[in-house]
Design a protein around this ligand. Structure first.
Ligand code: PHE
Ligand code: NA
Length: 436
């Protein structure tokens, strides 16, 4: 059986943007931003996306397109080393970890989406979250979210992932623009916009080293880096197109949606008077739900907002499921149906564990994910820099214009040496920070 490929270039780009744009932009980003000083965080984050995110994305693209395989097959094929092949299996673990907690949050969102129609959370938004966050109901909605994810992935790269993301992405952008237009007209919205877009330079100077690890972690998470997702998506590229141009477009679009999401969220929070909030993963839901309950047209806005989040989450969760699916199909010759079925069974259980236990959830969604993504991306970059070397430069140059061609060699040094050193340094200093 021949391996599938994307039908169109824009299909590939939208699928990759679909993977990137997700709960990372709509839930984790506002939460990180409010915990780290607002616009100061945004500034550092944008720098990291440009200097670490884009080169890192290209490392995954280069490995994926060159090998036309899943992460495990790619690393073992291109290196012919059993150590790299063993390292490749880490990405299967990463996918399990990611989707396990992501599907739980996806379930919460489905619950809020339904609750916006019925008005279920309007009377007591705080108590509502407490009643659905961990427990049997959370397991149920996790299974629902996982089931929809599985149905899309089951239909394959073209008919499932490409078609679904082609519909979802424009819808997300249009609806977010509408929400932003509504949000900035609210009383008090301008303070939210200022908190979000006007950096406090003194704060930035004083806290730069504390902000950096959070910004780096967020940049990797939001660009879906270090998990093998982007590698896998690039492995379905048929012909040589400019990876550099596509990668830049994906990073720009993801950043645009992320910033736009902030323009939606912060005015709503400030208009309600809850300010930047902060305070953990659930806080954003509670604050937003309170805002929808209190503001004019809140119910309609709630339906639209949580609808957008559902779409964004699904277009990301399918990319997580596709990693181990491609692994089982490429390496063990399983049918897509068998691979999706078997893996969904596994995720049903691992996700249920996260849905039942807040402690497990917090550990998985926080430290463990950061560790796996950082380690994973460092591995991909070292692989591109030291194992592929000159071949990586050739691969990046294939289909590219003169600018990308001349930047290919500096890029190789960046991913082979400088960025890994930077990421390891930031990660360790972040740990030290958390411990001290
Ligand atoms: N980028 C996705 C988001 O922001 C999360 C993700 C991480 C998806 C890693 C795939 C791989 O929601
Ligand atoms: Na998405």
């Amino acid at each position: 059986m021949t391996r599938e490929s994307w039908q169109t270039r824009i299909g590939f780009i939208l699928a990759a943007v679909g993977s990137a744009v997700g709960l990372g932009n709509l839930w984790r980003f506002p939460w990180m931003t409010s915990d780290n000083g607002g616009a100061a965080f945004l500034l550092v984050y944008l720098g990291v996306v440009l200097l670490v995110g884009v080169p890192g994305l290209l490392a995954e693209f280069v490995i994926g397109r060159r090998s036309r395989r899943n992460p495990v097959g790619a690393l073992s094929d291109l290196s012919e080393s059993s150590a790299w092949s063993a390292f490749g299996h880490v990405f299967v673990v990463t996918a399990v970890i990611l989707l396990s907690f992501y599907s739980v949050v996806g379930g919460w969102i489905l619950r809020y989406f339904a609750g916006s129609f019925t008005g279920a959370y309007f009377a007591a938004p705080g108590a509502y979250f407490e009643s659905i966050n961990y427990g049997v109901e959370a397991v149920g909605f996790h299974l629902l979210f996982l089931g929809v994810t599985a149905l899309i992935v089951l239909r394959g790269v073209r008919r499932g992932i490409e078609r679904a993301t082609k519909l979802m992405m424009p819808a997300i952008v249009v609806l977010l623009l509408a929400l932003a237009a509504w949000g900035v007209t609210l009383d008090g919205a301008s303070e939210g916009v200022a908190f979000y877009l006007a950096p406090d330079i003194a704060f930035l100077q004083a806290n730069f080293l504390n902000i950096l690890p959070a910004a780096a972690g967020q940049a990797l998470f939001t660009l879906s880096l270090g998990a093998g997702t982007m590698l896998t998506y690039a492995s379905y590229l048929g012909e040589d197109r400019s990876l550099a141009a596509d990668g830049t477009a994906i990073a720009v679009l993801n950043t645009f949606v992320g910033v736009l999401a902030g323009v939606v969220v912060f005015p709503i929070l400030f208009a309600l008077g809850v300010g930047a909030g902060g305070g953990g993963p659930g806080a954003l839901f509670v604050s937003l739900a309170s805002a929808f309950a209190a503001l004019p047209y809140g119910q309609v806005v709630g339906v639209v907002f949580f609808g957008v989040v559902v779409l964004a989450a699904l277009s990301s969760s399918i990319s997580m499921l596709e990693i181990p699916v491609s692994f089982l199909v490429d390496e063990y010759g399983l049918s897509r149906r068998a691979a999706v079925g078997g893996l969904t069974g596994v995720f049903a259980v691992t996700g249920a564990v996260c849905a039942l236990d807040q402690g497990v959830f917090g550990f998985v969604a926080g430290t463990l994910v950061d560790l796996l993504l950082t380690g994973g991306l460092v591995g991909f970059m070292l692989f591109a820099g030291w194992v592929l070397g000159a071949d990586a430069v050739t691969e990046l140059q294939g289909g590219s214009g003169p600018l990308a061609r001349s930047l290919a060699t500096p890029w190789l040094y960046a991913v082979g040496v400088f960025i890994p050193v930077f990421l390891i340094f930031t990660f360790v200093s972040g740990l030290a920070d958390a411990a001290g």
